[in-house]
Design a protein around this ligand. Structure first.
Ligand code: ADP
Ligand code: ASP
Ligand code: MG
Length: 416
């Protein structure tokens, strides 16, 4: 008998029919003799709707109140799922993140998990119950309700799996696994049977939303095998483990696209020591995750500095940059929210020279202009105009021999 943590994303529990299908699958797993802990996301687009509602009510959105609001989405799902489960004759009990002792730091909206106590889950499991835990939330060291950042239910699931020493963590979503690219953007994407933690970490870090970055960090640090699969077809999906790629596996495992970032440029910054520190320190203090940074060549004693960061933090960043630009004597600043980040990820890159050159040549042949570049040992990322996203990612997918030869065929629920 195994202990399995199953996480169901928003589309998997979007309506009563989906809730019942999920409840049936949980009962199926339980009937096979396994202990089951379920983590649920908010139904469908609930989180987006709640954010919109908050914006409609006020221009000021205090983190504490936002987290109080957003955590209700997952509470709706957990209780409804337990009710749906009652029909299948298996006992289930719902818990909030706070009730199961998911202790976080105090950063509202993007809290980090510090500890998972899990006592109530262990007790309920010992009584043969299925535990349904609200994803995406915890309670801070200040005893306030917090959320873990968008997509955070993945993190709840993996953190619980690690704390409970589960045998595996199944991430049920609306695609049949992790693909060589987002099948919504690159129809020729191929399903990967296996990918290792390091590659998945780079894919998630480059912005692939199939798994939240922190969930992959947890899985790697605690060696929790992940199985990403579909709650629409229930077929076997992609395993993510510590296993190294085999020799014959392709050099590039995926093309990752991300449209959640914006670019900010501080224009004509005086070229002197300390300027970058003055600019980036307050951004870090405001918890803004700066991603790529490019400092252009200086001319006439000044230089331009560009960086990318989440679009969601644009307003906060602008207020900081406006103040700092004045302080350091820069000419001004501008932002561009219509950008895309496209990355190639592959463990084989370490030992294969020429990948960057081939990437740039492919983009040049497509007439795609590269605005920024950054690399790690197993990733190369470029920033382009948002309008180039599909053309560029499809061309790269083809150029690196990743096309599956057929268009993605499993159901892809529409997202509005
Ligand atoms: P959930 O609500 O289940 O958490 P998400 O929307 O967060 O689902 O993640 C699933 C989506 O991730 C898919 O519908 C797909 O569009 C997108 N995606 C992005 N990159 C990939 C990839 N490499 N493989 C599979 N799906 C991907
Ligand atoms: N409901 C949250 C979100 O939409 C968390 C999640 O789905 O993982 O971001
Ligand atoms: Mg998700």
């Amino acid at each position: 008998m195994a202990l399995i943590v199953q996480k169901y994303g928003g589309t998997s529990v979007a309506d009563p029919e989906r809730m019942r299908a999920v409840a049936e699958h949980i009962a199926f797993t339980k009937r096979h003799g396994h202990d089951v802990v379920v983590v649920v996301s908010a139904m469908g687009k609930t989180t987006d709707t709640l954010i919109q509602l908050a914006n409609d009510v006020s221009g000021t959105l205090p983190g504490r109140e936002m987290d109080m609001l957003l955590t209700t989405g997952e509470r709706i799902s957990m209780s409804l799922l337990c009710m749906a489960r009652a029909d299948s004759g298996i006992e289930a009990v719902s818990f909030t993140g706070s009730q199961v002792g998911i202790i976080t730091d105090t950063a509202h909206g993007k809290a980090k998990i510090l500890e998972v106590k899990g006592d109530r889950v262990r007790a309920a499991l010992a009584e043969g119950q299925v535990c349904v835990v609200a994803g995406f939330q915890g309670v801070s060291t200040d005893k306030e309700i917090t959320t873990l950042g968008r997509g955070g239910s993945d993190t709840t699931a993996v953190a619980l799996a690690a704390a409970l020493e589960a045998d595996s963590c199944e991430i049920y979503t609306d695609v049949t696994g992790v693909f060589s690219a987002d099948p919504r953007i690159v129809p020729q994407a191929r399903k990967l049977a296996h990918i290792n933690f390091d590659e998945m970490l780079e894919m998630a870090g480059a912005g692939s939303k199939v798994l939240a970055l922190r969930s992959v960090e947890f899985a790697r640090n605690h060696n929790v095998p992940l199985h990403v699969r579909s709650s629409f077809t229930w077929e076997p999906g992609t395993w993510i483990t510590s296993q190294e790629p085999k020799m014959e596996e392709p050099i590039i495992s995926g093309v990752v696209t991300d449209i959640t970032e914006a670019k900010m440029t501080v224009v004509a910054v005086p070229d002197r020591p300390g300027v970058s520190a003055t600019l980036f320190e307050p951004l870090a203090a405001a918890n803004i995750n700066v991603d790529m940074i490019v400092q252009n060549t200086g001319h006439e004693g000044t230089t331009d500095i560009s960086f990318t960061m989440p679009k969601a933090d644009l307003a906060t960043a602008e207020a900081i940059v406006a103040r700092v630009a004045g302080e350091i004597g820069a000419k001004g600043f501008e932002h561009d929210a219509n950008i895309a980040k496209i990355s190639l990820v592959g463990a084989g890159m370490k030992t294969s020279p020429g990948i960057a050159a081939k990437m740039f040549r492919t983009l040049a042949d497509e007439g795609v202009n590269i605005e920024m570049i950054s690399t790690s040992t197993i990733r190369i990322s470029v920033v382009t105009a948002a309008t180039d996203l599909e053309r560029a990612s499809r061309a790269l997918h083809t150029a690196f021999g990743l096309d599956s030869g057929q268009s993605y065929s499993a159901p892809l629920p529409e997202r509005k």
